[in-house]
Design a protein around this ligand. Sequence first.
Ligand SMILES: [Fe+2]
Length: 140
Amino acid sequence: MAKIEWNDDLVTGIEDVDRQHRILVDIYNDLDAAVCMGRGQKEMKDILDRLIAYTTEHFKFEEGLMAEGEYPGFQRHRIGHQQLLDKVRRFQDKLERGQERISKPVMKFLNFWLCNHIMHSDRDFGEFTRTRADQPAASV
Ligand SMILES: [Fe+2]
């Protein structure tokens, strides 16, 4: 359905970030498969919880790298992370109260957000990191 195939457009060039992104895509694909197979909401909710927990850790890691590297787009990037987490956590709460269901439109949203964020925002950071690495070290 909305499976994400890993491809070069998703590569940031930052090894640890790419490894974590692959894990995120794998968890997302597990959820997508569960939705396609019509699994129960409980099973799907467990996978979504896993996706949110891993995403939270991954964002912290990425933000740590950005702060450390004095990335100029850090604040804007962090707001993007925060907005997604706020949205998915609100959804998670509603799911727990039985007011929401994991459905194809929800998967479409996650698919779009994940791919779009990696392909643009995260790759911009990768580009910045590469440019930095190419510069000669400043003499003190
Ligand atoms: Fe990011």
